[in-house]
Design a protein. Structure first.
Lengths: 282, 114
């Protein structure tokens, strides 16, 4: 947040002093954009840690370095193949692109698996909006260089809105606590005096049960689908009890994969058996 | 048209995975076992996605039987399914082990002759 604040304050000051089209503003924008992209990317990885509850100083640092290594290698490979492209530009472009996609991936996972608090959702969605606006500005600037001033204002507005949104998220949105209650996961606010509606979500596998109920026979439902879903829920709640939300999300994914594998396999095996029976008695 | 073969007249078959499940169920300390427990004890030889399909097939063949776990008031979640070996399944497993031993002995003797 501090980097964001100083980058946009600096841009605002330079644009007031020398204007958007000046070489000083372009140079400041160039370097501040690189520092800002790196900082936002690191903030995003921290958000991943927060969402999946694996936050630990050394591990988090290792994860950040690990995520930057492939981007650095790709950037180096591109820069070494084309001498006109400096590695710094490639690296920040790669980080920006990865950040853009990872933000929306994180948001998708958070909504799908009901992970993260309202505050985290607010922070991640505003980051996604900021990345989107910046990406649109970059694309428009490439095709319409004459719009540089207007796009400069738009980019600045996006930065200020991101800063405001993050500040509001930290100051106004309370941090809730997730607890499983009789098969329902209820996100209960820590501070009971704040007026926050508890979030009630369905247990994992509810949608699979509906699908299976529609497509599968009663026998398959009883013998194959229900045991898979009960295993999935059993492991899921065990992981939530241990406070391992990341593991719980992984169990969900694995359970869904097991379901499709089992139901698909079961259907294919049955179809093959029927074909074989018909051919056999021809 | 070929004559329809009655189920009882067919030679019972037992795949490697089915034999593994029977072995695990027979070795289980309690008489009944969960599917997930079988996966855990199989040392990655059984997968979550396929174990219930195999168990379903074995149940259709009459090697095992299953029942729904009784729902306990203080435990949340869907009731799980418990599996146990039938007398027929135990006999099939014994016959399969004998056949395997005989085949191993035969292959060893053939290997020795070569």
């Amino acid at each position: 947040m501090a980097v964001l604040f100083f980058a946009y304050l600096g841009r605002f000051y330079v644009s007031l002093q020398w204007g958007f089209a000046s070489s000083r503003y372009l140079s400041f924008d160039h370097y501040s954009a690189r520092i800002l992209t790196m900082s936002l990317y690191l903030a995003l990885i921290t958000l991943f840690d927060l969402v999946f509850h694996g936050f630990n100083g050394v591990k988090a640092l290792a994860r950040r370095i690990l995520t930057l290594v492939p981007l650095g290698l790709v950037s180096y490979a591109i820069a070494s193949s084309d001498v006109t492209r400096p590695i710094g530009n490639n690296l920040t472009a790669g980080i920006f692109l990865a950040g853009f996609f990872l933000t929306y991936a994180l948001l998708g996972v958070m909504f799908f698996y009901r992970l993260g608090s309202r505050r985290t959702i607010q922070i991640v969605s505003s980051l996604g909006a900021y990345f989107s606006v910046t990406a649109i500005c970059t694309v428009l600037l490439h095709f319409f260089p004459s719009m540089a001033v207007r796009l400069g204002y738009l980019d600045m507005a996006a930065g200020i809105l991101l800063l405001a949104s993050w500040t509001a998220a930290f100051l106004r949105t309370p941090e809730p606590l997730s607890v499983p209650i009789d098969g329902l996961i209820v996100n209960r606010p820590l501070n009971q005096t704040t007026a926050v509606t508890p979030r009630i979500s369905k247990p994992p596998g509810a949608l699979l049960m509906l699908l299976a109920d529609f497509f599968c026979s009663t026998k398959t439902l009883e013998r194959v689908v229900r045991p898979i879903i009960s295993d999935l829920r059993f492991e899921y709640w065990e992981a939530l009890d241990a406070g391992r939300r990341g593991k719980a999300a992984w169990i969900c994914l694995r359970g869904y994969w097991s379901f499709f594998k089992a139901v698909g396999l079961n259907s294919i095996a049955r179809a093959a058996f029927e074909v074989w029976q018909r051919l056999r008695f021809l | 048209m070929r004559p329809k073969v009655k189920l009882e007249a067919r030679v019972p078959t037992l795949s490697g995975k089915e034999a593994l499940i029977l072995g695990l169920l027979l070795k289980a300390p309690s008489s009944e076992t969960y599917g997930l427990e079988l996966v855990g004890r199989s040392a990655n030889m059984l997968k979550r996605g396929t174990v219930y399909v195999t168990l379903n097939r074995m149940e259709s063949k009459g090697y095992i039987e299953s029942r729904q776990e009784e729902q306990q008031a203080n435990i949340s979640g869907a009731p799980r399914r418990l599996y146990r070996v039938t007398g027929y399944g135990e006999k099939i497993y014994e016959a399969w082990q004998l056949a395997r031993e005989a085949l191993r002995a035969r292959s060893l003797s053939l290997g020795g002759a070569a």
